[in-house]
Design a protein around this ligand. Structure first.
Ligand SMILES: NC(=O)c1ccc[n+]([C@@H]2O[C@H](COP(=O)([O-])OP(=O)(O)OC[C@H]3O[C@@H](n4cnc5c(N)ncnc54)[C@H](O)[C@@H]3O)[C@@H](O)[C@H]2O)c1
Length: 501
C-alpha cells in the first residue's frame, strides 16, 4: 500500500522531463496498490522507443480487491445526494485544470501525442466531462405519471459496479468520459486502461479521491485482454463500457450478454468525408487534415475515406500536398513547436506500414508521404493516396494511422451510396456551401457523429458514438445518463384492490 496523492516527479537524470513512473500499478479503494507477481508491462515513449516506466498486470488477487472495493464503495456513493456527488466531480475538474500542464506531459509520454494537442484536448476534455456530469448529477430525477386517482412514479437508479475498458489513443479522455457519467449516476467504476498507455487513468483516480471521492468508487487496474475479460464476466459487474476495436467489441459484448449486463461499445470506423465542388477549398483541406492527421491519424472517428467531387479534385490534392509539405513539424512531442507525433507503438507503426504497402500494391496513387521518418521513434510520414477505389483494402479497413484515401465521385446520390457501403457507422462529414444539400446528405449518411463544414469536434454537450458495427450506446451529453442508470417504476394505488376472487 502506498500514499495516495503526489505530483508527477521530475526525472532525476533529465530535470526538464517529467518522470512517468507511477507510484504503483493499480489504484484501488482510494490508494495505490502493487502486486509485482503480475506480468510486467513496459511503458515505451513512442518518440524515442525508450522504456520510461513499468507497471504490472493485475493478478486475480488484485482483480478481486478491485471488485470488492467497487461493490462496497458504490453503496456509500449512491447514498449521497446527487448534488454532493456533483460537487466532488466538479472539484476534480478544477484540480485537473490546475494541473493541466503536468497531466498533458504525462499524456504525451503515455501516447506520444504532441504537447500542442495534449495541452488543449486531453486533460481539458476530461475536466469538461467531470464538470458537465457533475453539473447534471443533482438533477437526475424520475417522473410523476398521473393515472386518475392512482399514479406511478419513477426513480432513476444507478446500475451498480461499472467496468470501463480503454483504448490507447486518448487515455485521460476515455477514463473521464466513462467515469464522469458513471459516477454522476451513483455507480462505482473499475477502469482498465489499454496496456499500451497505462499511466494517465491512475492520475484521474488520484485526483478524484483528492477531490473527495469515497474510497472504492473509482478504481484503476492494469492488464491485457484477460484482465478485462475477468472483470466483464464477474457477476458483481452490472455494466461494461468498452472503447476499442470491433473484434474486441464482439468478444466483450458476447461476454456481457452472458450476464445480461448493460453495454456501451465505442468501436472502430472507416468514416466518409464528402467534399463537393462548391466547398470552400481551404476549409475542406483543413477538415481533411484534421480528420486524418490529428494525433497522427489515431482517432476512431477519422474521415479516412475522403470522397472528392471531380470538379475540385485536382485543386484539393494540390492544396493538401502544399499544406502537408510546409506545415508538418515532426519532432519530440514534448517540444511545443512540434505538431505531428509518432505512432503509439512499434506494432501500430508496422500495422500502418502494412496498409501503406497494400495501397501501393493494389494500385492507389501515392501523392504524399508513404515512408517511415528518418528519426528515432515510431514516426510515419503523413500519407495521401489518390485514385483510391471502393474495393481497395485501404478504403475498406480501419488503418488507425496517418493514411488518407482520396476517392473521386460525380453525383450526390453516388457519393452517399458509396459512403454508406461499409459495415462501420461511426462518423461522417460533408463540406459544401449549399446548406440544403449539407442537411440532405447528412440525413442520408449512416453514422452516429456527423459534421457539416467541420470535422472531429467532440464537445461534451453533444452525444458521441457510432451506428452499425461502430458501436452501441452514446458517450458524453445527457444521452450518456441513460446508459449508466436504470428506471424503477412504482405503481401507487389510492383505492381498494379489485381481485377476481
Ligand atoms: N469509438 C470510439 O470512441 C473509439 C475511440 C478510440 C479508439 N477506438 C477504437 O479502438 C481501436 C484501437 O484501440 P486498441 O488497439 O487499444 O483496441 P483493442 O480492441 O485492441 O483494445 C481495447 C481494450 O480492450 C482490452 N481487451 C482486449 N481483449 C479483451 C477482452 N477479451 N475482454 C476485455 N477487454 C479486452 C484491451 O486490453 C484494451 O484495453 C480502434 O479500432 C479504434 O477505432 C474507438
Amino acid at each position: 500500500m502506498m500514499p495516495s496523492a503526489r505530483p508527477i516527479r521530475m526525472n532525476k537524470d533529465d530535470p526538464m522531463r517529467p518522470n512517468a513512473q507511477p507510484v504503483a500499478s493499480h489504484f484501488i479503494n482510494g490508494r495505490y496498490v502493487e502486486d509485482t507477481a503480475g506480468t510486467p508491462i513496459p511503458v515505451i515513449y513512442a518518440a524515442t522507443g525508450e522504456r520510461i516506466a513499468q507497471v504490472h498486470a493485475a493478478t486475480p488477487a488484485i482483480v478481486e480487491e478491485a471488485l470488492a472495493a467497487a461493490a462496497a464503495g458504490q453503496k456509500i456513493w449512491a447514498a449521497m445526494s446527487g448534488t454532493e456527488r456533483g460537487r466532488v466531480l466538479r472539484r476534480a475538474a478544477d484540480i485537473i485544470r490546475e494541473r493541466n500542464r503536468a497531466l498533458s506531459e504525462l499524456e504525451t509520454l503515455d501516447t506520444g501525442k504532441p504537447m500542442q494537442e495534449t495541452l488543449y484536448v486531453d486533460a481539458t476534455s476530461g475536466a469538461d466531462a467531470l464538470e458537465y456530469f457533475g453539473g447534471l448529477a443533482g438533477s437526475l430525477t424520475g417522473e410523476h405519471i398521473p393515472l386518475g386517482r392512482d399514479w406511478v412514479y419513477t426513480i432513476r437508479e444507478p446500475l451498480g459496479v461499472c467496468v470501463g475498458i480503454g483504448a490507447w489513443n486518448y487515455p485521460t479522455q476515455i477514463a473521464c468520459w466513462k467515469g464522469a457519467p458513471a459516477l454522476a449516476c451513483g455507480n462505482s467504476m473499475i477502469f482498465k486502461p489499454s496496456e499500451t498507455t497505462p499511466l494517465c487513468a491512475l492520475k484521474v483516480a488520484e485526483i478524484l479521491h483528492e477531490a473527495g471521492l469515497p474510497a472504492g468508487v473509482y478504481n484503476v487496474v492494469q492488464g491485457m485482454g484477460e484482465v478485462g475479460a475477468a472483470l466483464v464476466s464477474d457477476p458483481r459487474v452490472a455494466k461494461v463500457s468498452l472503447t476499442g476495436s470491433v473484434p474486441t467489441g464482439r468478444k466483450v459484448y458476447a461476454a456481457a450478454a452472458d450476464g445480461m449486463k448493460h453495454v456501451t461499445m465505442e468501436l472502430g470506423g472507416k468514416s466518409p468525408l464528402l467534399i463537393f465542388d462548391d466547398a470552400d477549398l481551404e476549409n475542406a483541406v483543413g477538415g481533411a487534415i484534421l480528420g486524418n492527421f490529428y494525433s497522427s491519424g489515431q482517432v476512431c472517428s477519422n474521415g479516412t475515406r475522403v470522397f472528392v467531387q471531380k470538379g475540385i479534385k485536382e485543386a484539393f490534392l494540390a492544396r493538401l500536398k502544399e499544406r502537408l509539405s510546409t506545415g508538418v513539424v515532426m519532432g519530440d512531442p514534448l517540444d511545443e513547436a512540434v505538431n505531428f507525433g509518432p505512432m503509439v507503438s512499434e506494432r501500430q507503426m508496422e500495422i500502418v506500414q502494412g496498409y501503406i504497402a497494400k495501397g501501393v500494391e493494389e494500385g492507389a496513387r501515392l501523392v504524399h508521404g508513404g515512408g517511415r521518418a528518418q528519426r528515432e521513434g515510431f514516426f510515419l510520414e503523413p500519407t495521401v493516396f489518390a485514385d483510391v477505389t471502393d474495393g481497395m483494402t485501404i478504403a475498406r479497413e480501419e488503418i488507425f494511422g496517418p493514411v488518407m484515401a482520396v476517392l473521386d465521385f460525380d453525383t450526390e446520390e453516388e457519393a452517399i451510396a458509396r459512403a454508406n457501403d461499409t459495415a462501420f457507422g461511426l462518423s461522417a462529414g460533408v463540406f459544401t456551401r449549399d446548406f440544403t444539400r449539407a442537411h440532405r446528405v447528412i440525413g442520408a449518411l449512416e453514422a452516429g457523429s456527423c459534421f457539416i463544414n467541420s470535422y472531429n469536434d467532440a464537445p461534451v454537450e453533444a452525444p458521441f458514438g457510432g451506428s452499425k458495427m461502430s458501436g452501441v450506446g452514446r458517450e458524453t451529453s445527457k444521452e450518456a445518463i441513460a446508459h449508466y442508470s436504470q428506471v424503477k417504476s412504482v405503481y401507487v394505488r389510492m383505492g381498494d384492490v379489485e381481485a377476481p376472487f
